[in-house]
Design a protein around this ligand. Structure first.
Ligand SMILES: CC(C)(COP(=O)(O)OP(=O)(O)OC[C@H]1O[C@@H](n2cnc3c(N)ncnc32)[C@H](O)[C@@H]1OP(=O)(O)O)[C@@H](O)C(=O)NCCC(=O)NCCS
Length: 431
């Protein structure tokens, strides 16, 4: 990478660094990852995120370690519905495997990271009885014995620790009666993220669903992928946890390609990402407009046109431009809209007709619409967005737009600029 590219990359990462500082991310690290070549690099990346002020909770699994130790002890690994049956006689061996996995992570995070970019980093890893577990019980007539599920998590204590320490949770739950249960790490991670109110839950997995046009999946799309068999086995159960987490308030769940060196940093600090993201943020009612929405859009924008906030648009003009509109629909009513009208020659797009119904303002709909329009523009290969506004320049300023002069606009748009309206021209470069 040349020095200029380096500087450009660093600048492009700055908004993410700023956004993520003080946010809580839960990372689920599977037992296979602990043994992979990329594990040392992942530890450095975790250390880097911690030092950038991201609050991290690590949840580790150890399926492979348990399998190996059981095999060495001559005990058969038994599963039901892809969940381990933790027999009483196997528990001492299971505990040894869990401690082995835990020590592996603790030791790597303690080694001072010599000869690495994080040399000298001092990281405090904390463990404890944060998780109360309970037995899974009998499923389909199969007694799951000492396999359990999380019953409660001491989030208050975790929150107190988070600014300075990295809590590392093993897949164990302590019961009120003093027993220990082996918990599925993926479910534990999801529950920790939900109960802590984490901004992100991050899984590492070799398989994920890849699509050329978007790495974002709604919960509905995930459920469909599970039902159709597109996602099966381990990926299906991860997506199931992801759906639960998103439906219970975790804004984004990432499934990062575990074989990719630097996958965590790529997902967090670049626009391309490194796997799939499950979120309903852009899906709840936000969609491309169709010709049937024109009546609803007109109802929304006509009062704003009368007040002068928006330039009047005829029904005919809307019909011509409808493919460039996005809308938010709530209870059968169009409550928000935006258009991004592309000019492919100049690779610029005009943001137009941004409106949110007065009853729904200050809820982030405006921002969601703009983010979705930006995403659409990027995919269409546009380089810049611009907006002509009379009253909303500060709203755009706060969202990365900058004032520009008339000659920045595509020539056709320069000619149609209404001098009397004196709109402020603002632009944003799409990276
Ligand atoms: C601008 C508009 C789309 C924002 O919609 P929204 O869903 O309320 O937007 P968000 O929830 O993402 O953002 C709300 C924030 O923007 C602020 N905001 C709203 N209008 C603003 C303006 N004209 N200038 C600066 N900030 C503004 C709000 O005060 C709020 O900030 P706060 O929570 O700190 O008080 C909406 O106010 C609207 O429809 N306005 C009338 C039409 C219009 O002016 N469109 C733009 C044409 S260029």
């Amino acid at each position: 990478m040349s020095q200029t590219e380096h500087i450009h990359w660093f600048r492009s990462a700055a908004p993410y660094i700023n956004t993520f500082r003080g946010k809580t991310f839960v990372l689920a690290i599977g037992g296979d990852l602990l043994r992979s070549d990329g594990f040392d690099h992942l530890i450095h990346d975790i250390a880097l995120c911690h030092h950038l002020g991201i609050r991290l909770v690590l949840v580790h699994g150890c399926r492979e370690q348990i399998d190996d130790r059981l095999q060495a002890a001559g005990i058969e690994s038994r599963f039901h519905r892809n969940m381990r049956i933790s027999e009483k006689s196997a528990m001492p061996v299971i505990l040894q495997a869990i401690h082995e996995a835990r020590s592996c992570i603790e030791s790597r995070l303690s080694m001072g990271l010599p000869n690495t970019p994080m040399s000298g980093a001092d990281i405090s890893v904390i463990g404890g009885n944060f998780v109360i577990g309970m037995p899974l019980g009998v499923i389909d007539g199969v007694d799951m014995q000492y396999s359990g599920k999380p019953r409660s998590i001491d989030c208050d204590r975790l929150r107190e620790l988070l600014p300075r320490h990295i809590p590392l949770l093993s897949p164990l739950g302590y019961s009120r009666s003093g027993e220990l249960f082996n918990l599925p790490a993926e479910e534990l991670a999801a529950q920790v993220a939900i109960q802590l109110g984490a901004e992100k839950l991050i899984y590492f997995h070799r398989e994920y669903i890849h699509r050329d046009d978007s790495d974002q999946f709604s919960t509905a799309e995930c459920l469909q992928a599970i039902a159709s068999g597109e996602a099966e086995g381990g990926l299906a159960s991860l997506l199931g946890q992801a759906v639960d987490a998103v439906q219970q308030g975790v804004e984004r769940v990432h499934i990062i390609d575990s074989s990719l060196d630097g996958g965590l940093l790529q997902e967090l600090f670049t626009r391309e990402g490194a796997g799939m993201m499950v979120t309903n943020r852009f899906y709840e009612g936000l969609r491309r407009a169709s010709i049937d929405d024109i009546g609803g859009i007109l109802e929304l924008i006509q009062p704003l046109e009368r007040s002068g906030a928006l330039i009047p648009r005829s029904r005919e003009q809307l019909e011509l431009e409808i493919e460039h509109f996005l809308v938010i629909e709530k209870d059968g009513m169009i409550v928000g809209c935006i258009a991004c009208i592309p000019d492919m020659e100049s690779r610029m797009g005009e943001i137009a007709c941004l409106a949110v119904h007065p009853d729904y303002r200050k809820g982030g709909f405006g921002e969601q619409l703009l983010a979705a329009a930006e995403e659409q523009a990027r995919k269409a290969g546009l380089r810049h967005l611009y907006i002509l506004t009379t009253r909303t320049s500060h709203w755009f300023l706060e969202r990365g737009f900058e004032p520009a002069s008339l000659d920045f606009l595509p020539e056709g748009r320069q000619r149609s600029y209404n001098e009397e309206r004196k709109s402020i021209i603002m632009t944003k470069t799409l990276d």
